[in-house]
Design a protein around this ligand. Structure first.
Ligand SMILES: O=c1ccn([C@@H]2O[C@H](COP(=O)(O)O)[C@@H](O)[C@H]2O)c(=O)[nH]1
Length: 276
């Protein structure tokens, strides 16, 4: 079985280093001329899949916007994941789960077990209950060629109040997460399967990403104000492992499939130039 890290390297080599988020905001549904209901959600999500799943390396459905519509929204999330994967995109489900280990095991079954209808290639998780509480997700991912992205330095302005806090060992909370992930990915080739979320908005924080050897998801581009030229400042020598992520900036181009494709191409090209 191929690891997630290897599949990601292959996908980005073929399709370019880009992740597009599927975030069906109420405002975007309105802009696309869709109703703010399950039918609108379905049309929105499946249009993005039709436009991008056969050409973008990673699609990142934001679970919250599907959960908003209850069980029928979850049903559409299932079809979005399935159809994206069938068209060749890797699916990173942005679900930011985190709980005590025994509950984390249930989240891991829901999102990373091949038997689940919500199975994605990778998920985002929150390490706020301690890095060790994430172990069940790391185990299920490793056993099934999946990936896990741990929140490290998030793109929102509130993040530093927790993530820059210094723990007993003199390291920031974020650096502790970075070091844990580095340890897990040690020696993995061509790339480890465990990643970090590091916002493109954060500027120079002095955190050391050099040993991560795993994917660095960079949200915050476009709507949150970061631009591809910020990537070098934030990621320095680790640029090659960065997966730039856009949601609203690309999605605003819809509902035209052709315009969505153009927006994603533009984003891929601009990021490629910045990533060197
Ligand atoms: O630090 C983080 C972690 C996750 N996100 C998510 O990414 C998208 C960003 O959407 P944009 O429209 O490109 O701003 C969204 O789903 C967030 O929940 C993040 O922004 N920052």
């Amino acid at each position: 079985m191929e690891t997630f890290g290897k599949r990601l390297v292959e996908a980005t080599a073929k399709r370019g280093q880009l992740c597009v988020g599927i975030d069906p905001h109420a405002a975007l549904l309105a802009k696309w001329g869709l109703s703010d209901d399950v039918a609108g959600l379905e049309r929105f999500a499946l249009t993005v899949v039709e436009a991008l799943a056969d050409r973008v390396a990673v699609l990142k459905p934001q679970s919250a916007f599907f959960e908003r519509f209850g069980s029928r929204g979850i049903g559409i999330l299932e079809s979005t994941i399935r159809q994206s994967r069938e068209a060749g995109a890797l699916v990173l489900l942005d679900v930011k789960r985190g709980d005590i280990g025994s509950t984390m095991a249930a989240y891991a079954s829901a999102y990373l077990d091949p038997a689940s209808s919500l199975r994605a290639d990778a998920i985002t998780v929150s390490p706020y209950l301690g890095f060790g509480s994430l172990q069940p997700a790391l185990d299920v991912a490793a056993a099934n060629g999946g990936g896990v992205f741990v929140l490290g330095l998030t793109s929102n302005p509130e993040g530093p109040s927790v993530q820059h806090a210094v723990g007993a060992g003199g390291k920031t909370v974020a650096q502790t997460m970075i070091d844990e992930i580095s340890q897990l990915n040690k020696g993995a080739e061509p790339l480890g399967s465990f990643g970090l979320v590091i916002g493109a908005t954060i500027g120079e924080t002095g955190h050391d990403l050099s040993a991560v050897n795993g994917p660095l998801l960079a949200p915050g581009l476009g709507a949150q104000g970061a631009t591809p030229s910020d990537l070098r400042r934030v990621f320095g020598e680790s640029l090659r492992n960065v997966l730039p992520s856009y949601s609203r900036e690309v999605l605003t181009a819809g509902p035209s499939v052709a315009e969505l494709r153009l927006a994603a191409e533009r984003a891929t090209d601009e990021c490629a130039a910045a990533l060197g």
